[in-house]
Write a protein that binds this ligand. Structure first.
Ligand code: SOE
Length: 380
């Protein structure tokens, strides 16, 4: 087996999901490459050391520049806040490392373009962790659409609803709360949550060409954890937008962190000429499917329990009927990346270039939130 030495930068929520994936992937997937958990990097020494011990990283660094300098690192995995993705990815690529990056790719399209350019110019394997593509039920949706089961697609609707920022006492900035700080995150729900919905949507239904959006910041000021001052909030707390796809279908997307009662309700529904499908992250192992061509007496929505061995990814896991969950999406992501390194395999998706497309759409959405006009999406 060939070894691929990984250097992980960041050890928060995503650092944990990725570490778990590296630990498990070779046990469940038959691959030529085995990831080696060479080094993890975080700024606080006692914490990064404890993280390394807990997850089985062989060594640690407290300066990411040192990590990317190391000759024993083949691939750099970035799980830091969004405002550091571009600098780290470019520096890692400059050193000839493969780069895996958490979503969203960057703070804005300009940074994203630079990141795409350097990995492509240097011919380096790259991917962005839009993990929901790798839910078996979502991949099944992709397969049904690619098999033309739905026929012409008319409608796409997606939501990503949360409720964790409703309290005005919640500060912005710093560890755990950088998603509320526009300087670190770039945007609010648009880059954090709608980016997932957009990535899935363009994968399933092709390019989005134009958008019109409505954004809102409900809590205008919050104490900043780093400065201790009450400061203006510059992120979008909620965003809803309409979109047109290149294939003629219409879309409606909504995301908020103010939907009391919802923690991570990512749902989508697609309506085609012959059939419809819908999916819900809170019940991620099921895909709902309605086919108009079924016999009329028994026609209706069916709830497919996506656990059979002929369903996507499921032959790698337990026995039919037994669920897998959220953490497995990251294992599927890294399995796909490792597979793509084998001789004769296609490059991994979503790549930096795919994620740049999502970045263009987020940018058009945010622009439209301000201009209150329809905005064209760049790069289509
Ligand atoms: C935010 O709460 C968050 O953790 C996102 O950053 C993730 O990308 C999403 O998958 C779940 O919600």
């Amino acid at each position: 087996m060939k070894k691929l030495n990984i250097g992980l930068i960041g050890y928060g929520f995503m650092g944990r999901t990725h570490s778990n994936a590296y630990r498990q992937v070779s046990q469940f997937f038959d691959l030529e490459y085995q990831p080696v958990m060479k080094a993890v990097c975080g700024r606080t020494e006692d914490r990064v050391k404890a993280f390394a011990d807990n997850w089985g990283w062989q060594s640690y660094e407290t300066d990411w520049r040192k990590l990317i300098e190391r000759d024993d690192i083949d691939a750099v995995d970035i799980t830091t806040p969004n405002n550091s993705h571009c600098e780290i990815a470019k520096a890692a690529a400059e050193k000839g490392k493969m780069v895996l990056c958490e979503k969203p790719l960057a703070l804005n399209p300009e940074q994203g373009e630079e990141m795409v350019k350097i990995v492509e110019d240097k011919g380096l394997a790259n991917m962005v962790w839009y993990n929901y593509r790798f839910v078996p039920a979502v991949t099944l949706a992709k397969n049904l659409i690619d098999d033309d089961k739905l026929g012409k697609i008319f409608h796409y609707r997606a939501n990503f609803l949360q409720d964790w920022t409703i309290s005005p006492d919640l500060p912005q900035g710093g560890e755990g709360l950088w998603r509320l700080d526009a300087e670190a995150a770039g945007s609010g729900v648009t880059g954090d949550l709608l980016a997932h919905c957009i990535d899935t949507a363009i994968w399933l239904n092709g390019p989005i060409t134009t958008v019109t959006a409505m954004t809102e910041t409900f809590i205008k000021e919050r104490k900043h954890n780093l400065t201790g001052e009450v400061q203006k909030v510059n992120i979008d707390d909620a965003c809803a937008f309409l979109a047109r796809f290149a294939n003629g279908s219409l879309a409606i997307f909504e995301s908020t962190r103010y939907a009391r009662g919802h923690k991570a309700l990512y749902t989508f529904e697609i309506n085609g000429e012959n059939a419809s499908i819908s999916w819900d992250l809170h019940d991620l192992q099921r895909l709902s499917y309605f086919d108009y061509r079924d016999e009329s007496a028994t026609r209706g929505w069916r709830s497919i329990h996506v656990t059979d061995s002929d369903h996507p990814y499921m032959d790698k896991w337990w026995v039919p009927g037994l669920n897998i969950g959220y953490e497995h999406t990251f294992i599927h992501g890294i399995a796909g990346f490792l597979k793509s390194l084998e001789e004769g395999q296609k490059p991994m998706h979503p790549s930096f270039r795919d994620a740049l497309q999502t970045q263009y759409i987020c940018d058009a959405v945010l622009k439209s939130g301000v201009s209150k006009q329809w905005e064209e999406v760049s790069g289509v």
